[in-house]
Design a protein around this ligand. Structure first.
Ligand code: AP5
Length: 191
């Protein structure tokens, strides 16, 4: 298999981290060297140097600080070598000033992705997953905001595809169907 760098995005709570974990396992079972890189975790490692210890707090930092962390994280990911790198990140981050792009053109240039996947789920499923996830201190959001963010995600995804020249694939993560969702991403990566 030729080396690939897949960027996998989705609104918070859609289940992308869960899906990516399973995609990685499927790739490893197939003998492919695959790495799951959580962009937010790499940013948090840098943010800890500023005294920030909780991932949810990063989006409350001044915009200039968030951008610096973004650039550092992208540069660090660009150095990674694996046949298949699965980059778990966001198209946009909700901040006090509005939505900050997670993958502005300079970050896309540094990451040089080969594939884009957008994970989607029904609004009620996203609300339920956010509220029942005890591993995170998650933001609660109303249905109308989630609908609007789903539309925004598709628009930014299209722009990212044009900038990077990468194909985009939109995959539904239906309730209790992680295996099917992961399999759809896995099959697309084998192309
Ligand atoms: P990040 O590290 O990506 O946050 P996260 O909390 O790990 O991820 P999400 O909130 O997106 O959750 P998820 O959709 O992956 O859901 P999960 O699999 O956990 O980002 C943290 C921060 O980093 C951001 O806020 C931002 O500040 C910063 N950041 C990141 N990228 C950035 C960038 N590019 N630029 C600037 N800042 C950036 O699943 C949720 C729950 O649902 C779980 O309980 C799970 O078991 C359940 N579930 C999943 N799938 C299913 C299913 N099919 N059926 C039933 N339950 C399911």
């Amino acid at each position: 298999m030729s080396a690939k760098r897949a960027v996998i995005v989705g609104i918070p709570g859609v289940g992308k981290t869960t899906v990516i974990g399973r995609v990685r396992e499927l790739l490893i079972e197939k003998g492919v060297s695959a790495k799951h890189v959580v962009f937010g975790t790499i940013m948090l490692d840098e943010a800890k140097k500023l005294g920030i210890t909780e991932r949810e707090r990063m989006r409350t930092l001044p915009m200039s600080e968030q951008k610096k962390l973004q650039i550092k994280a992208a540069a660090s990911i660009a150095q990674m070598t694996a046949t298949l790198t699965l980059i778990d990140t966001h198209l946009f981050i909700r901040t006090q000033a509005g939505y900050l792009p997670g993958l502005p053109s300079e970050i896309l240039t540094t990451l040089a992705p080969t594939n884009f996947f957008l994970i989607e789920a029904g609004v009620a499923d996203v609300i339920s997953r956010r509220s029942s996830d005890t591993t995170r201190n998650r933001q609660t959001t109303d249905a109308a905001t989630i609908e609007m963010e789903n539309t925004l995600a598709r628009g930014i995804l299209a722009a990212s595809s044009v900038i990077s020249g990468c194909p985009i694939k939109i995959v539904r993560n239906e309730s209790n169907m992680v295996e099917a969702t992961a399999n759809e991403v896995f099959q697309a990566l084998l192309e």
